[in-house]
Each structure stands twice: as structure tokens, then as C-alpha cells.
Design a protein around this ligand. Structure first.
Ligand SMILES: N[C@@H]1[C@@H](O)[C@H](O)[C@@H](COP(=O)(O)O)O[C@@H]1O
Length: 262
């Protein structure tokens, strides 16, 4: 069973992630972080930046790999995931930009960019901790429902729903949202040694319930986390509202030995 931690608010979630990652960097200066975009992880990066500052951590050797990128969107575009990761992770944490990778969405090379990316992750020693958000339809990265649970990084077509959801970053106009993307596959994500999925708010409640307590199915990509040996869901009360075993998860967490971490 994946671990489910039900928190009071987003700050508590961000602090749990930040402590875990800061501890990792302390014992492993060459840590490899899996990074995600979306609004959900922002609070986690903010808390991590504070931990890094307060503990005086040296992050000059930390490597990062983002989950995904839009296809055909110039990297200089403010909403390219390269730009978003630079703004929300690289700069606030003070990471070395040359150690932080984002899949290459350039159309000319996209056919081979996925395999190159998976190789780069392997050469870096694999991802230590991958942060994840979840789409309202259960997607992780940009692996939409129906994606192979064994997939590697590759080009994918975005669903209309995801384009509607993401139109808010493109002047509210879904026609400006690219139709395609390159995303780490579910198989790639599953190779990370620790997966931390964050979800906040009522509109994530169905996706969280399906991911944690539904059957493992390509129709809900995040349900693949049930097969991972170290997956942690950190959710607020609203996102947890449809979990049948919520009281049990609370009981387990309250009785967890303090030294265990997440
Ligand atoms: N590719 C990203 C996902 O990685 C993210 O999890 C999802 C949810 O975004 P948010 O966290 O803003 O709800 O949005 C996008 O589709």
C-alpha cells in the first residue's frame, strides 16, 4: 500500500517534502531530483528553498530532471516548462542550470528526444525522489488516461480536457495550448526510488480516490503508484474527501515511528 498522509494545509505538505529532500541532499550531495510543473508543487519548492537556506546546504551538485515539456513551444516562451522550472525551481533553490534537464520539445528532434532523456536519467544514476502532481483525470506528467503503464519518455497528444485546464497559462485561450508534448513515461517515473504525489482541493478528490483505492489501470495513470515500493501521497482534507480508508491512513501515520520520515 502506498503511504497516504492527510495534511491540514498545503504548507504542511510542502514542509514534509522539503524536509525529506533536504535530508537527502545532506547525505547525498549529488542527489537527483525529479521535478514537476503545475501549481501543486509550488509550495513544496518554496519550503525546500527555505530549508536549503536555513540549513546552508550546498546544492551545487544537485541534478534535476523535469517530467515533461510542450512540443513545438519555443523554450524562451514564458509558459514552456523549461521557463517554468527555471523560475520556480532553479532560481529559488540556487541550482546550477546546467544540471537541470527538461525534455526537449523541439519538433525536429522529438522522435529521438525521449530515448535520449531516459538514457540521461540513467547515466545520472536514476532519480532519487520524484515529485508529482495529478491531473483531474488521473494523469501524471502528461501521461493521459490510456497511456501504457510501462512507457518510456515519448511524444504524446494532450487531451482536450488538459488543454482546457492549462488554457489559464495561455491567456485563457485553449487554442494557444500546444496539442502535443514530450513526457517521461509511466515506466520512467516508476524507476524513481521515491515518488511523492501531492494533491490539493476538492477537484482532485476523484483522481486521488481512483489512484489510491481504485484498480490499477491505464485509465488512471496515477494508479500505477500502487505498484511502486515507495510511493507517498500527501493530500489535504478536500483532496482526501473521497478516500474510503481515510481514518486508517490517519491512524497509520499517527503511529509511525518518528525516525522513519516519509
Ligand atoms: N503536466 C502537468 C502535470 O504534471 C500536473 O500534475 C498537472 C496538474 O496541474 P496542477 O498542479 O496545476 O493542478 O498539470 C499538467 O498537466
Amino acid at each position: 500500500m502506498a503511504e497516504v498522509i492527510i495534511v491540514k494545509n498545503q504548507d504542511e505538505a510542502g514542509a514534509l517534502y522539503a524536509k525529506s529532500v533536504a535530508d537527502l541532499i545532506e547525505r547525498k550531495p549529488f542527489a537527483v531530483l525529479g521535478l514537476a510543473t503545475g501549481s501543486t508543487p509550488l509550495v513544496a519548492y518554496e519550503h525546500l528553498a527555505l530549508e536549503v537556506r536555513d540549513r546552508g546546504l550546498d546544492v551545487s551538485h544537485v541534478r534535476g530532471f523535469a517530467l515533461d515539456e510542450y512540443a513545438g513551444l519555443p523554450v524562451e516562451h514564458p509558459e514552456s516548462y523549461r521557463s517554468v522550472i527555471t523560475r520556480t525551481v532553479v532560481e529559488p533553490l540556487g541550482l546550477d542550470p546546467k544540471h537541470v534537464h527538461v525534455p526537449n520539445g523541439a519538433l525536429e528532434t522529438i522522435a529521438t528526444a525521449g530515448a535520449d532523456y531516459d538514457r540521461a536519467i540513467e547515466e545520472a544514476g536514476g532519480i532519487d525522489v520524484q515529485i508529482l502532481g495529478v491531473g483531474t483525470d488521473g494523469h501524471i506528467g502528461f501521461n493521459e488516461p490510456g497511456s501504457s503503464l510501462a512507457s518510456g519518455t515519448r511524444i504524446k497528444t494532450l487531451t482536450q480536457q488538459t488543454r482546457v485546464d492549462n488554457a489559464r497559462f495561455f491567456d485563457g485561450d485553449m487554442n494557444q495550448v500546444p496539442t502535443h508534448c514530450i513526457t517521461q513515461g509511466i515506466g520512467t517515473i516508476m524507476k524513481a526510488r521515491h515518488l511523492v504525489l501531492l494533491a490539493f482541493g476538492e477537484n482532485k478528490a476523484d483522481a486521488v480516490a481512483a489512484s489510491v483505492e481504485g484498480g490499477v489501470s491505464a485509465m488512471c495513470p496515477a494508479s500505477a503508484l500502487q505498484l511502486h515500493p515507495h510511493a507517498t501521497f500527501i493530500v489535504d482534507e478536500a483532496a482526501a474527501s473521497k478516500l474510503k480508508l481515510a481514518d486508517y491512513y490517519r491512524w497509520v501515520y499517527e503511529n509511525k515511528p518518528a525516525w522513519q520520515g516519509i
